[in-house]
Design a protein around this ligand. Structure first.
Ligand SMILES: [Zn+2]
Length: 310
């Protein structure tokens, strides 16, 4: 009897423990949903203990094309803050998820809806009307801006300001977390600049226009793309021309996003004498890339090695 009673007591205590754990998760001051893992990491760095953060995209997924699952709608229906990359990166899938979530707090124009692109100055803005059906999937400028670590700082600042607005009670904590993160990022940026400095002016080709902000920040030169146009798969005539150009300019490296098929990049590499460097584009996109700073660390280390640096 005694042991049965103690077993029951144990079960009761265990369930109580589970309830308390669930309770504390549900009591996060801000429930944040981000479209990408990079934004999720920045939101966690700034939000600390006051936020619960989930990303819709996984680190190894192509953020232009995500299958809208009902489970994402459920996440969004409970969110206090939705943070997206913006500049039309998620235009093919996010608007329908937001509509389906029926959560007025995260509708466009509300404080609970934050496009992180507001923090940065976009490059490659295409003026005038653009026909997306022809594959120009970046009409409002290149949306892959998070790969410039200075933009990472600007995004973190924007997120902190919005968290303060939505949860003023913990404003001082968001501020302190932001300052700590900026300090870590600044130290890392100094390290990255030193490592990349000897490689200024080196030419690279990329599959898609994903690495342009990274390339620009560290003084590399973009010679061309394997894709015919952003979002348009490579055509044979385009590849033939690219191979000639790469030989002429002695381009030795093709930066290739891990989520794209390698066929065309491999072909161009083989015919031009270059090597394909497959890279993650987001947190979680490769082993060990578990934070925003780890992502840029990884990109700097691998690019520097491929281009003949230390
Ligand atoms: Zn893109």
């Amino acid at each position: 009897m005694g042991s049965r009673a103690s077993r029951i007591a144990h079960v009761v205590l265990l369930s109580l423990g589970i309830c308390l754990t669930l309770g504390s998760v549900a009591r996060a001051d801000l429930r944040v949903v981000t479209t990408t893992t990079d934004l999720a990491d920045l939101a966690r760095a700034v939000g600390g203990e006051h936020v619960e953060v989930e990303s819709i995209c996984k680190g190894e997924q192509d953020p232009h094309y995500v299958q809208a699952r009902p489970s994402y709608m459920v996440k969004l229906s409970r969110a206090d803050l939705l943070i997206s990359v913006g500049l039309d990166l998620e235009v093919a899938w996010l608007p329908s998820l937001v509509r389906g979530a029926r959560n007025p707090a995260i509708n466009p124009g509300k404080p609970g809806h934050l496009e992180a692109s507001r923090a940065i100055k976009p490059i490659e803005v295409v003026g005038g009307a653009v026909d997306r059906s022809k594959g120009d999937i970046h009409p409002r400028g290149n949306p892959h801006y998070w790969l410039d670590p200075h933009n990472g700082k600007a995004i973190a600042r924007l997120i902190a300001a919005r968290m303060k607005q939505l949860d003023p009670e913990h404003g001082a904590d968001y501020e302190a977390n932001l300052e700590r993160f900026i300090g870590q990022l600044d130290a890392a940026i100094a390290r990255w600049q030193r490592r990349m400095a000897p490689l200024r002016g080196k030419r690279v080709v990329s599959y898609h226009a994903t690495f342009n902000y990274f390339i620009q920040r560290f003084g590399l030169q973009q010679s061309g793309y394997v894709e015919s146009k952003p979002g348009i798969p490579p055509a044979p005539a385009h590849l033939a021309q690219l191979i000639v150009q790469m030989r002429k300019e002695r381009v030795g490296t093709i930066l290739h996003e891990a989520y794209h098929d390698r066929g065309a990049s491999n072909l161009v590499a083989k015919r031009s004498g270059a090597a394909v460097l497959e890279l993650p584009t987001s947190v979680g996109g490769a082993r060990g890339v578990s934070s925003y700073i780890a992502l840029i660390d990884h990109l700097v280390a691998r690019t520097a090695r491929a281009l003949g640096g230390r």
